[in-house]
Design a binder for this molecule. Structure first.
Ligand SMILES: [Zn+2]
Ligand SMILES: [Zn+2]
Length: 236
């Protein structure tokens, strides 16, 4: 039985799915609460949207304030709930161009849906991010942003998100650990470059997609370096 409510991992940042909160097939999904423009990061595999919306409410956030849903990459455990989440939250779906076609066609190979024995419906993204970075304003005035950065490797269109709040930098790094597969069009060399860029951010908190939340810049760097070494790179 799932009993725990959303967990606040940094001020206004909540774990709302995965991690025992919702269906075991779900990745960890996070809510960045910000007054009138909140953002949901990933949607899980698809069976948990009702509970995710309840967790958003339990976090004290009006579902109507969620303006964007960031799909960090095209894998089924992250995007399976995208259509229902968009409908329930009346929010815009955002993903990187590198994974857009896989997501929009529900490609069973590139989304990993075949791995999970799932089939994904076709959908149309509302915002397709091109290039290296994209800033989502978290307020009308734009004084706080959620920066999306392109971190190809696990998939061609993988993105991370960065929030600077209260002097703390939170890095949302879904599946920065991998895995890597020709089925996903993974590129380990590109991934190593992406990880080097993430290390330069010196984030204070890492909110990962399956391994949980890492607190402290040294712990964040250790997690990334551990995976770099596991892939035969020197780390930093
Ligand atoms: Zn993935
Ligand atoms: Zn995943």
């Amino acid at each position: 039985m799932l009993r725990r409510g959303p967990q606040e991992i940094s001020r206004g940042v909540f774990l709302v799915a995965g991690g025992g909160l919702t269906d075991p097939a779900d990745c960890l999904c996070y809510l960045v609460a910000a007054g009138d423009r909140s953002v949901l990061i990933d949607t899980g595999a698809g069976d948990s949207i009702g509970r995710i919306v309840k967790n958003v409410q339990a976090a004290g956030v009006a579902p109507s304030s969620v303006t964007h849903i960031v799909l960090t990459h095209g894998h089924a455990d992250h995007v399976g709930g995208a259509t229902e989440a968009r409908d329930k939250l009346a929010a815009q779906l955002v993903a990187h161009a590198g994974d857009a076609r896989a997501i929009e066609t529900g490609d069973p190979r590139r989304t990993g849906a075949a791995w999970y024995g799932m089939s994904l419906p076709a959908l149309t993204l509302d915002v397709t991010v091109e290039g290296e970075a994209y800033d989502l304003p978290l307020s009308e005035a734009g004084d706080e942003i959620l920066r999306l950065i392109h971190t190809p490797g696990h998939t061609p269109g993988s993105m991370c998100a960065v929030l600077d709040r209260d002097g703390r930098r939170v890095l949302f790094g879904q599946d920065i650990h991998g895995p890597f597969s020709a089925d996903f069009d993974s590129d380990v060399a590109a991934w190593a470059q992406s990880m080097a860029r993430l290390l330069e951010l010196e984030a204070d908190v890492l909110a990962e997609g399956h391994f949980g939340v890492f607190e402290g810049a040294d712990q964040v760097a250790a997690f990334i370096n551990q995976h770099l070494r596991a892939q035969g790179f020197a780390g930093r």
